[in-house]
Design a protein around this ligand. Structure first.
Ligand SMILES: C[S@@+](CC[C@H](N)C(=O)[O-])C[C@H]1O[C@@H](n2cnc3c(N)ncnc32)[C@H](O)[C@@H]1O
Length: 367
């Protein structure tokens, strides 16, 4: 792909090819029509990571061509948000004139929000000294004067320094209601904000008028948990990553949501807990019977999909909402789940235009 000029004219064709591919993959399951959710054709990724290339006193953002492995210098990256594109040249021109900041810098990671915030991580092959930190403070003030609402994190071997926070807060508006989501450096967040908002809106629509509680596995920073809270009496959601769970706790508090509990447990541990095989202190105060007997479960696993025990466990719920980032593991998991459930809705969310990636939402109901 040409990183600096996107093949926008091919977007619609690529999207319909993805839809056809998904249709073929799922045809054995008697699938309903696939609802298609388009991405903006440029500036859709809220984060981007670049290697830094040094040439004399010059530095450049670079990426590697997947096929040829050759280096590509980038001044702009239209896949990433406009805000990332605005700061890219500013960062380079500032860093290249500052030896302390430039020396042994090998990577820059950008995270941005629709609410206009930036978090920039600078990765080094050298220890981060007080002198370096003082130079960062000066750079941060300069970037603030240029109008950037920015947090900076420095990383080196066994070192992490933050100026001032290692997170930024995003705002998504769902049915006219703003929800604040804390996004932590190096933690999972959905990369395409427009598509994420469409996914959350879709999940709200397929759970409208639900009865009882919602159980959720792989909840990240509470992305779906918060968005779906007012469709359910209560929500219990679990997640393995500590930083995401901390962000989720903040999100519950700041949005004043009273009926959501987010607990740090792996999906495998939670399956043991709900099956009564193991007791976890972290679940004390929560009546698991509310969630053993509820109707609805939502899962959003990583690319590997669900393990066999979790699959057996979720099969006990009459309505399953499965968000998948890998159609191949989705197909494997559906082969099992469609023994007891039928597919009611399918949606394709185009998280990553111009790539093979397919993100799918499936609603299954018990036969
Ligand atoms: C595809 S992300 C989805 C996160 C969230 N639902 C969202 O929309 O942002 C998958 C999440 O699963 C978590 N995860 C990975 N393996 C896990 C496991 N074995 N048990 C629980 N969570 C896990 C990751 O930390 C990540 O937050």
């Amino acid at each position: 792909m040409n990183f600096e000029k996107l093949p926008i004219e091919l977007y619609q064709q690529q999207l319909s090819d993805k839809k056809e591919k998904l249709q073929v993959l799922l045809e054995d399951f008697g699938t309903p029509d696939i609802e298609l959710f388009e991405s903006p054709v440029s500036h859709y990724r809220m984060r981007a990571e670049f290697r830094i290339w040094h040439e004399g006193n010059d530095i450049f953002h670079i990426m590697f061509d997947k096929k040829t492995k050759s280096r590509i210098k980038l001044d702009q990256y239209p896949v990433a948000s406009k805000l990332i594109n605005q700061i890219m040249p500013v960062m380079i021109s500032y860093l290249k004139d500052n030896l302390i900041l430039r020396f042994r810098l090998f990577q820059i990671d950008y995270l941005s929000t629709q609410s206009g915030k930036l978090l920039v991580s600078l990765l080094y092959h050298k220890p981060l000294t007080d002198e370096w930190a003082a130079a960062i403070e000066i750079m941060k003030r300069s970037l603030n004067r240029d109008g950037f609402d920015i947090e900076i994190v420095g990383r080196a071997h066994k070192q992490k320094m933050k100026f001032n926070h290692d997170y930024i807060d995003e705002v998504f508006v769902l049915d006219d209601k703003p929800l604040i989501y804390r996004q932590v450096e190096n933690s999972f967040t959905q990369p395409n904000a427009v598509i994420n908002q469409k996914m959350l809106q879709w999940a709200r629509s397929v759970t409208l008028n639900s009865q009882g509680s919602l159980l959720e596995l792989y909840c990240g920073n509470g992305n779906f948990s918060l968005a779906l809270a007012d469709n359910f009496r209560s929500v219990l959601a679990t997640e393995i990553a500590k930083s995401s769970v901390q962000a989720a706790q903040y999100n519950i508090a700041v949005n004043q949501i009273k009926n959501v509990n987010i607990i740090r447990l792996s999906a495998e541990e939670f399956t043991q807990a709900i099956n009564g095989e193991r007791v976890f202190k972290r679940l004390s105060g929560i009546d698991l019977s509310d969630y053993k007997d509820c109707n609805t479960i939502l899962v959003d696993p990583p690319r590997s999909g669900l393990d066999q025990k979790s699959l057996q466990m979720i099969q006990g719920y009459s309505k399953i909402i499965y968000i998948s980032c890998n159609p191949n593991t989705l197909v494997d998991n559906l082969a099992y789940l469609t023994q007891s459930h039928y597919i009611k809705n399918i949606a394709l969310f185009d998280q990553f235009p111009y790539t093979e990636h397919i993100e799918t939402g499936v609603v299954l109901e018990v036969k």
